[in-house]
Design a protein around this ligand. Structure first.
Ligand code: DQA
Length: 137
């Protein structure tokens, strides 16, 4: 099974970015732990701060991956294009968030990804990614 994690803007700064909300761990160190936890899964990871690159990554994953774990970060709440890209591909996408977006500002309650996602996991810290991977197994 091949699963791709796609992370959106500012998630490259995990570990130093707003640690009270997103924790103190870098994604790279967490990703190594995920690979150890799921040796049976071919896991890879792509991050970009650029909306079009995230759309390209979704298109490129179709037909190659069995599942996509997508944290579109701030673009979740703004990007019709990313929502359309999720709708356009056959590969199932699970939307994840580190923080509980529903418990935060009203603009974070809107998701352009959610209507096209297989499911949503939000608010469990980095464990949200692990739960999303488990949902595919
Ligand atoms: C986030 C939540 C978004 O609202 C925010 O813009 C992010 C991260 C999360 O994982 O909690 O950048 O997607």
């Amino acid at each position: 099974m091949k699963i791709r994690i796609i992370n959106g803007p500012n998630l490259n700064l995990l570990g130093s970015r707003e640690p009270g909300t997103y924790g103190t761990r870098s994604f790279d160190s967490f990703f190594m732990e995920l690979q150890e936890k799921f040796p049976e899964v071919a896991l890879d990871h792509f991050q970009s701060n650029i909306e079009g690159e995230l759309i390209d990554a979704l298109h490129a994953s179709a037909g190659i991956c069995d599942g996509i774990v997508l944290n579109a970060a701030a673009y979740t709440h703004t990007s019709v294009g990313l929502g359309d890209a999720v709708a356009a591909i056959q590969t199932p996408v699970v939307e994840v968030h580190i923080s509980n977006t529903q418990a935060r500002e009203p603009f974070r309650h809107v998701s352009y990804i959610a209507p096209h996602a297989r499911g949503i996991i939000t608010g469990f810290g980095l464990k949200s990614y692990e739960l999303a991977i488990r949902s595919f197994l």
